[in-house]
Every structure is written in C-alpha cells, then in structure tokens.
Design a protein. Sequence first.
Length: 134
Amino acid sequence: MGVVACNQKTSESQKLDTNAIETDQNSNKEPAISFNNKIWDFGTITDGEVVEHTFRFTNTGTKDLVISSASASCGCTIPEWPKEPIAPGEKGEIKVEFNSNGKKDMVTKDITILANTNPVKTILQIKVFVEKKK
C-alpha cells in the first residue's frame, strides 16, 4: 500500500508540473511568421534575365512581428521586406529579385529572414535554371 500511495503522489506532482509548464507557455506568446511557401522555382530563364517573386506571409502569433533584416546569399538576389511591424493576423510580403546575368545551369539562392520570432531565423529559397543566350 505504501508503494501505491507513493506512485499516486508522483502522478499528481507530474500533473502539477505539466500545468505549470502550460501556464508558462501561455504567458510567453510571441509573433510567428507563416509563409504560404518557402521555396520558389522560377523554372528556366535565359542568362541576363531579371525575375522576381513575392513570398506572402501571415503573423500567426499574438504580438507584433518585426522583421529586422532579409539578406541573400549573394548580390544577384535582392530581397525587400516590410519595415513596419505586422500586427497579429495581418499579412505581409517579401519581394525577391534575381538577376541571372553571368549565371548558368541550376542556381539555388537562400534568403535569410531575421525577425522577433522563435526561431529568430527563417530561410526562404529560390531556384532557377539559367540557359545561355542563343
């Protein structure tokens, strides 16, 4: 009987710990960035073409979303992002322009988004196949 009572107390204390954790998580609500898609494939283009795509997102968190920067893995890819806070439930856009000049074959570029989210970093990606001019 002593063992049964001990096990029951352990179960009760585990329930209390779980409740405490859930309460802490509810009090630490944050902004959250949710994209319709994180990868965009431009298909095939010709060397020298400039193409662009707009990544659309929603702040699915409970506090204002602030994007501090958006940077690409090279100068051929230029992202533009909203500088003002995005309220919970609101939508935003990140426009990415890619200049294929001097590129060839399959090209993949990452765009790193830094924001007040958890995790802080979100990676978007563009893909394109660049053909030589005919």
